[in-house]
Design a protein around this ligand. Structure first.
Ligand code: MRU
Length: 340
């Protein structure tokens, strides 16, 4: 199987992360023992990608539950809830993070003692991680069935093993298509300003031997006009009930370009990314990141939104582990959401 990189691993009392800020120049891990360090790692993007930060958040709550278990029951519940709130809010756009933290917290409701609660939260975090990996394999199969033979696909950001519990979402589709012998290659956008495409996607695909061409973000228009791209496939951080999709900044532009050149635009994501509680994309909070991530001369204002929202009418289909959903999404997606 392709896609062996592991972004995170529970090592018995600690959360071990592959530090994605350093890739591909350095492959280094950090070991986190405190839930506050998990919040910081999510914010600094040592771990990133919607499903991966969800899994990290759930393990963060497991660390909190262990650390707080000496408190008396009422102080324990108050502190655990406060830790859950902080973990869930570490980044605002990906719904997988609050979804996973809330699920882990709910698992502790029936616990008899704080030690029991800690154990239940840990088991739930492990279940979320295992389910995400299984979901990605199913997304891969569902998405690959949409591609023609000898397809070249264009993708944005990093949606691979690094962004998930393993295998990937949009890159899961790429991997399955490659394993089935129907993929000619991938065009990966650089993905400014943090270069998830250049540093992470290109690195992952090179390890799997999948032919990859890296382009600067602004080359996508002419690449799509020149022909030969069978589909644009991206991931998502949150999919609203009407099918609007929040994903890495630049996704919206790619969707407009795909439409202009009659290329299908697919969004691949687990059901934990579909949020029926968010009616439309306008209700999604787009994270604004530090201006220092964008190089600018002193005194020049920088706007650095990390995501944008693609309207549902530009999305050809949404690929989840539960199947392939097509418009009208307000109806079709009802069975596609983990929180429905
Ligand atoms: O800011 P990032 O790197 O966390 O953004 C990641 C993305 O936008 C991904 O496309 C999305 O989370 C899906 S990952 C399977």
């Amino acid at each position: 199987m392709t896609g062996h990189v592991r972004p995170l691993e529970w090592t018995g009392g600690r959360l071990r992360l592959l530090d994605q800020r350093l890739l591909p120049a350095r492959v280094e891990h950090v070991e986190l023992e405190r839930w506050q360090d998990v919040v910081a790692a999510i914010q600094s993007m040592q771990v990133r990608g919607a499903p991966a930060i969800g899994v990290a958040g759930a393990y963060g709550l497991a660390l909190a539950a262990r650390a707080l278990s000496h408190l008396d029951p009422s102080a324990y519940h108050e502190s655990l809830n406060a830790a859950a709130d902080e973990l869930a809010a570490a980044r605002p756009t990906a719904v997988n993070l609050p979804w996973a933290v809330a699920r882990a917290l709910r698992a502790a409701e029936a616990a008899a003692t704080p030690a029991d609660a800690a154990e239940r939260i840990l088991r739930e975090a492990q279940a979320i991680e295992a389910e995400d990996l299984r979901a990605n394999m199913a997304i891969g199969a569902n998405g690959a069935s949409l591609l023609p033979h000898a397809a070249r696909v264009l993708t944005h950001c990093n949606t691979g093993s690094l962004a998930t519990a393993g295998y990937g979402t949009a890159l899961g589709v790429v991997r399955t298509a490659w394993e089935q012998g129907k993929l000619a290659g991938v065009v990966a956008t650089e993905t400014r300003p943090l270069l998830q495409g250049a540093r992470l996607t290109a690195w992952e695909l090179a390890q799997d031997g999948i032919p990859t061409t890296l382009i600067v973000d602004s080359a996508a228009a002419s690449v799509l006009r020149d022909g030969g791209i069978a589909a644009v496939i991206v991931g998502a951080d949150r999919i609203a009930a009407n099918g609007d999709v929040a994903n890495k900044i630049g996704t919206y532009g790619l969707a407009v370009l795909a439409k202009a050149h009659n290329v299908p635009f697919y969004v691949a994501a687990p059901s934990s990314t579909v949020d029926v509680d968010t009616p439309t994309g306008s209700a999604i909070t787009v994270e604004q990141r530090d201006p220092s991530e964008v190089a600018a001369p002193d005194g020049v204002d920088v706007s650095n939104p990390a995501f944008d929202v693609t309207p549902a009418d530009l999305v050809t289909a949404i690929i989840t582990e539960r199947g392939v959903f097509t418009p009208p999404y307000a109806e079709s997606l009802r069975s596609g959401a983990a929180n429905a």
